[in-house]
Design a protein around this ligand. Structure first.
Ligand code: HEC
Ligand code: HEC
Length: 462
């Protein structure tokens, strides 16, 4: 038996060498499914090179941050905020770490957020921003004594009657390895699309950077960058996601400085269903000297070309940047090879790439250089028939159906799958795929029991 294992693994090493060609720094070579008449490519589901063994358990940091700094960043991530810290007027939870929990702090979660919207007569999406859309926060701070001693009572946000896209769910995603994803150069994601056969080719989601990491020259304030975070790849920068989550999940508003410019995109309190609360009645956030009125936290004056990210947001960013990919479960190498080969052969790997990414030699966000990792995503958006019809104002129907290829690492920590958490098993998640993934699902259903079991075992071990 053991000689069979060696033989197959040896075989796989040869196939990988042919398929992967040369690893380029910061790059990945995609798209080498077997062509008709060619021998089936042998490929492991997990990467031989994947350098995640540096961590013992989920939640450990990557090299590049001191234990004390990581602990401080994590402490901010789990800090429960209240009215006096600026929580509200409406919010989804009181701490980042209250939702991102599975496997360890920073993992996925079972919380499902709600969105709504409508299509206008021309078929364009409308977020109903003036009615508090598209995110409908689930909680209000309710009745309290405002900062001036006045009686305040913030209403709960409801879905407005104008909405035609109703109560869409969004499951909490895992953050393991987020800093490695942040470090992927745009060119690599663009190359992923170019390497895909047209039937499954994804779309590069180019988005505006509203809050860059000042240390990363590829992130420019108000410039464009390839989106990669969130179910729709709608955000390109992990710093920006931190500020965005702080206001949208918790209602905590922040101001930042980028090269002397005061960034106010995350500085204005949410209005429940578009109804502004009287001054001092949004929350009791203290604000501070030089911080715009009504903003909970900030850095003040940006004079002298200052670049500075508000403290809490910077802590969240640091925590997520250095949160390592979750270690895999042990797996029989034979099953890993059989499962990966099946996954590749039936076309899952066209989108969920079975390729290693490599960080640039000196990543701007401080994660280790030349570090290989295998998130099993192309970071492109596709229509696989699951689309939730939520987008940005002005988007076409087709655009609102596009979803990011979900990375398939850390699956053993998960209990719900797909953007709305509708699937509770990997098999159910696969059967929900249609559209560009329909053929791969037909192929999945035609697999031998042995191949299918190997594939599911390999996926569940990750
Ligand atoms: C109420 C639960 C909840 C809270 C609180 C929360 N998140 Fe999330 N988080 C989510 C959900 C849901 C998503 C998926 C959002 C989407 O794509 O629409 C998400 C996605 C993310 C992502 C994108 C990861 C990826 O898959 O690409 C980042 C980064 C993130 N959150 C950071 C934070 C930070 C930082 C905080 C605290 C300021 C926070 N979250 C608080 C629920 C939460
Ligand atoms: C055309 C691209 C494409 C192909 C091919 C494809 N997927 Fe997906 N996959 C996606 C997208 C996009 C999502 C996210 C969909 C959503 O949440 O609405 C996804 C989500 C998933 C999820 C859920 C992950 C999570 O975090 O919840 C699993 C599991 C999965 N795919 C497995 C597979 C398997 C197995 C195959 C082959 C049978 C496959 N996929 C083929 C694009 C693809």
């Amino acid at each position: 038996m053991s000689s069979v294992i060696r033989g197959r693994i040896h075989n796989q090493a040869r196939a990988l060498a042919v398929c992967s060609g040369v690893f380029i720094t910061g790059g990945v070579i995609a798209g080498c499914a077997a062509q008709p008449g060619e021998e089936e490519e042998q490929v492991t589901f997990n990467s031989a090179e994947q350098d995640v063994t540096v961590t013992a358990v989920a939640g450990d940091p990557l090299p590049g941050i001191t234990a004390a700094d990581f602990a401080a960043a994590k402490a901010a991530f789990v800090t429960v905020e209240g009215l006096d810290d600026g929580l509200g007027p409406i919010f989804n939870e009181k701490a980042c770490g209250n939702c991102h929990t599975q496997g360890s702090i920073g993992g996925a979660g079972v919380q499902i957020e709600r969105r709504f919207g409508r299509f206008d007569s021309l078929g364009h999406f409308d977020e109903l921003a003036n009615k508090g859309g598209s995110l409908r926060q689930l909680f209000t701070v309710g009745a309290f004594t405002g900062s001036g001693g006045q009686a305040c009572n913030v209403p709960l946000e409801v879905e407005p009657s104008e909405a035609t896209v109703h109560n869409v769910g969004r499951l909490t995603t895992p953050l393991f390895g987020a800093g490695l994803i942040d470090a992927i150069p745009d060119s690599v994601i663009i190359a992923n699309a170019n390497a895909q056969p047209s039937s499954v080719r994804g779309i590069v989601k180019s988005v505006k950077v509203l809050l860059p990491n000042p240390a990363d020259p590829s992130q420019v304030l108000n410039g464009t960058k390839v989106g990669r975070f969130g179910w729709k790849a709608g955000i390109a920068s992990l710093v920006q996601f931190s500020a965005d989550a702080y206001i949208n999940e918790m209602g905590i508003t922040t101001q930042h400085c980028i090269k002397g410019a005061s960034v106010l995109s995350f500085a204005t309190e949410s209005k429940p269903n578009g109804i502004a609360q009287p001054a001092g009645c949004d929350d009791r956030g203290a604000g501070g000297a030089g911080i715009p009125a009504g903003t909970d936290d900030g850095v003040g004056s940006c004079a002298g070309g200052l670049s500075e990210i508000q403290d809490d947001v910077n802590f969240f960013f640091q925590f997520m940047t250095f949160l390592a990919p979750a270690p895999r479960l042990p797996i029989d190498p034979n099953i890993n090879l059989q499962g990966g080969t099946a996954f590749n052969a039936i076309g899952c790997a066209s989108c969920h790439l079975l390729k290693d990414y490599v960080t640039p030699s000196n990543p701007a966000n401080g994660v280790p250089g030349n570090f290989t990792f295998r998130p099993r995503s192309d970071f492109l958006v596709h229509d696989i028939g699951t689309g939730d019809l939520i987008g940005n104002t002005g988007d076409s129907v087709a655009t609102t159906k596009l979803m990011r290829t979900a990375p398939l690492w850390g699956l053993h920590h998960r209990t719900k799958f797909l953007h709305d958490g509708r699937a509770s098993t990997i098999t159910d998640a696969i059967h929900a795929h249609g559209g560009q993934a329909a053929q791969s699902v037909r192929n999945f259903d035609a697999l031998s029991t042995s191949d299918r079991n190997a594939m599911l075992t390999a996926m569940a071990s990750d």
